[in-house]
Design a protein around this ligand. Sequence first.
Ligand code: 1PR
Length: 569
Amino acid sequence: MRLFLLDHGAGNVQSLANSLTKLGYPDYKWIKNAHDFAQLHAISDSLALIFPGQGAFHTAIQSLHDRGLFEPLQEYLASGKPYFGICVGMQVLFASSAESPGTQGLGTIPCPIVRFDDADKAVPHMGWNSVECLDPSDPSNLEGVSSTSHYYFVHSYCAKYDPSTPAAEWAHSTTQYGQEVFISTVRKQNIFATQFHPEKSGPAGLNILRHWIEQSRRGRTLAPSPSPALCITRPSKPKDSFTKRIIACLDVRANDDGDLVVTKGDQYDVREKSSPSGTTVVRTAGAVRNLGKPVALADKYYTSGADELCLLNITSFRHSPLRDQPMLAVVRVAAEKVFVPLTIGGGIKDSVDPDGTKRSAVEVAGAYFRAGADKVSIGSEAVYAVEKLRAANNVADGTSAIETISKVYGSQAVVVSIDPKRVFINPATYDGPYREELVYGQDDDPDQRGKAWWYQCTVSGGRDARPVSVVELAKGAQKLGAGEILLNSIDRDGTGLGFDRDLIRMVKNVVSIPVVASSGAGTKEHFVDVFKETNVESALAAGIFHREEVRIEDVKGSVKEAGFNSRVI
Ligand code: 1PR
């Protein structure tokens, strides 16, 4: 059996390729144009096609047309040969999508893709959830999908489950998110497709890919269409199992010997303290803290059950990451071992190399996606973009890194990393900006009693403060098209004092996209606290994991004991 992957210019297809290699099927071939497709007909032995998906509906459809793949793909689907669609590779089977009005899909499933309602939940649906097979009676129908596992979803649009529509004949499993039930896998005849990303769903996802390939090698039986009566009577009874994500963060930089190491600051100062730690952080000439090698730690955290990894190139503001080949190499090798989402940050912006070569933010992001990243994180550039948006009376001009990258790769691929710090003021006399955003210290907290502050945003890793508040930046980032906020805190970074819940609540109240709580975790209870006291979707830590003070497994156990959904591996 020959395995083919459809390359329609999507973002992170490297992860799927890495998954196939991990499963022992490295000899897949790419189909990039109509000529490649035409050659399939000349192949005598069996073949199978996977359509990997990341990105917007219209981008995928337009790319199929531009590469002469649209009609050949329709013919392939009608040929009875095995097809596995992933995420947008499932959505393109439908007639249309609200994401791209006027763009026609392949029309195999004569129903529309619609947008999630964000009134009761963050959109995109970004994270781990369970699926409920509609016909669990016959194990051969399950396609390796388990209702006790969690799978990684990242999408703002979905195929709603309605037993009375033609799509119900295709519904193989459903998932509940908030109050909505949508089709999470479709299966009929030779076609199987998943809304979630099996290549990013850890061992449970790899099992689905393995099952499908082995079935295709043996000659898949064509899946029967359930009778319309069965569609009506089949109960879709999923429960919302959306989990809280636990994320491990690796701040990466070159040490004084030029080797890329994982370091960790406290209040963003990553150098060893040579002077006794006083009340203020003194930037000393100490060595850059070295807490380990990036790929080894990434592999360790994946194995330990991290739901996601975040690699931040913290000195990339000095030059274009594309010149920073070691970082791209780290991402490439890490992506060969890690089968959960990878976010890469640092230097994602338009830049000019020393030799004058111009690099667009989309080009920089594309290099990381092709290396195996799923999301890119934009820090400093987002602050400047929101300042520009404010100066233009909140009218976006489409040129920012957030806009250009999300247009090509989808909002779900763009994270904005916020580096705020508290600006303390005297509430009795203050008449400066952002008075409506002031936070007042709790009387029961001696460190905060009688104090008030607002959160100011910074660039270049906290080195320069900008005239932008955290609320302005979060709202502006969402308006420009970011799909998630990574909310750091310079005041809490590395302190072990717990997450800044005032900051997190303030940001969660002004955006509808997911927020990652970051900075300050010192114990596993701090994760329970932030989930109990804010409605944040995920929480990140760095230092406690690198110094092996707290295990990821124990954090997830505490979160589960506290009554939250947590992914088991
Ligand atoms: O501005 O787009 O080039 O992005 C730079 C990126 O690098 C930003 O995401 C910025 O937050 C990060 N960064 C820059 N300098 C530093 C530094 O530490 N000197 N890392 C830095 C900031 C914050 C978190 C940290 C959490 C958890 N690190 O990533 O891991 O605070 O730490 P903890 O659990 O140990 O408390 P651009």
